[in-house]
Design a protein around this ligand. Structure first.
Ligand code: NAI
Ligand code: 15L
Length: 265
């Protein structure tokens, strides 16, 4: 690909993918509301707010693919979520519509379904059960992606990421973890597949204790290789198992189900 846009490039996953995706495109256009450091030879840096429609229009112009990681990634006051995740998604999709409909990978979240119980096994067509305003904003993003596909043919991979960190950090993540290698391989499949459409995909490794049926994503040819189980013994030495009666051990969304509705300071 000639030019790949990564939004949220100053964030946790953005920094990882800035390194890993360098060989995948001639130019990486990296964007965030936060500072992005020095540009390397194959990089273009654009600092802007996703809520700024004119800036996002310019940001998307000339891009052949978009890895959309930008936005608020945890529970937060509605004003922040509104800017990053609601206005931001709308601005991105309108910009994509104006500039040749580059394929988009949208980083959605397991918090769209966080109030399912951990003893259930669900596929991507289970009705949403968001566990906070953040989860609701990701449901909005998913619906917007489907709208732009049905109305205009805009292709998006809606990836409901579980927990994408270097290693699983607690017992819940033995079920929800996705390795950086598996995410990188998924991104590669999404941008290479000839016909994407607008599938919803669980962003999760091949964990023995997964709660999510990913069979509807098989057409992509993505074969996650990692399994959180290999960290169980080590993790159990250092991290206390949550009380079985606590929401941490009951709901898929874990701690997010306990967040209040945050108000502006
Ligand atoms: P992060 O919070 O580290 O990165 C998000 C980036 O978006 C930040 O650098 C932030 O400055 C930027 N951002 C926030 N509001 C913005 C705005 N209005 N305009 C422009 N940029 C803005 O989050 P992380 O962990 O890197 O996640 C990336 C994406 O993946 C997020 O959309 C998150 O919701 C999603 N995700 C991540 C998971 C994970 O395990 N890391 C799990 C599920 C979803
Ligand atoms: C998310 O959606 C968050 O962005 C991330 O920081 C993790 O907390 C993850 O979900 C999770 O559920 O572990």
């Amino acid at each position: 690909m000639k030019r790949l846009l990564i939004t949220g490039a100053a964030g946790g996953l953005g920094q990882v993918m800035r390194e890993r995706l360098a060989p995948y495109a001639e130019i990486l256009r990296l964007s965030d509301i936060a500072a992005l450091g020095e540009a390397k030879a194959n990089e273009e840096l654009v600092q802007c707010d996703l809520a700024d429609a004119a800036a996002v229009d310019k940001l998307v112009e000339g891009c052949d693919g978009i890895l959309h990681l930008g936005g608020v990634s945890v529970e937060a006051p509605f004003s922040k979520i509104l800017n990053g995740n609601i206005l931001g998604m709308y601005n991105l999709y309108e910009a994509a519509r104006a500039h040749g409909q580059p394929r988009i990978l949208f980083a959605s979240s397991n918090h769209t379904i966080g109030f399912y119980k951990q003893d259930e096994y669900i596929d991507v067509d289970a009705p949403v059960r968001p566990d906070g305003l953040y989860g609701v904003s990701k449901c909005f993003g998913e619906a917007l992606a489907k709208l732009y596909f049905d109305k205009f043919g805009q292709e998006t991979a809606i990836v409901r990421i579980g927990s994408c960190f270097e290693t699983p950090r607690n017992h819940r993540m033995l079920s929800t973890w996705m390795s950086y290698d598996d995410f990188t391989a998924l991104i590669d499949c999404v941008f290479r597949t000839p016909m994407l459409g607008c599938p919803t995909i669980w962003g999760v490794s091949e964990n023995d204790s997964s709660w999510w049926d990913n069979s509807k994503a098989r057409f992509l040819g993505w074969k996650p290789k990692d399994n959180a189980e290999k960290y169980r013994v080590e993790l159990e030495k250092t991290v206390a198992r949550p009380d079985p009666s606590s929401p941490l051990a009951i709901f898929m969304g874990g701690p997010f189900t306990q967040d209040p509705i945050h108000k502006d300071d």
